[in-house]
Design a protein around this ligand. Sequence first.
Ligand code: 5GP
Ligand code: ZN
Length: 119
Amino acid sequence: MCIFCKIVKGELPANKVLENQEFLAFHDISPKAPIHILIIPKEHIENFQSCPGEVMGRMTPFIQEVARIFELDKTGYRLITNNGKNGGQEIMHLHFHMLGGAKLTWPYQAIEQEAKRNI
Ligand code: 5GP
Ligand code: ZN
């Protein structure tokens, strides 16, 4: 069973933010911004590419509610989902990163581009 399924089942601890029957939001263990929340479906869905559209339809208002909890609806935030190997997905259970609480830099650079520049 994957780490996030274990969190859903209560077999691993998490600092929860919001929960309903279908979705769960909790703090990332290694935050990359002052506010870094992970938002997942409780059902094990591998990633965005394999996520049914209806699930996203129900997940959207849940994500928006998480933003309101931290007043990120007013200040702004970044929503990211890493999809597959090149996307840098490490945990193969669909999750959205909600990053906020500070002005974030943009854009991220591809690792390959970065490597070429250093030659
Ligand atoms: P990915 O790289 O798959 O998009 O993101 C995985 C995220 O999960 C990372 O930001 C990482 O810090 C976070 N993470 C990994 N293990 C745990 C854990 O056990 N608990 C929590 N809350 N976050 C985790
Ligand atoms: Zn899972």
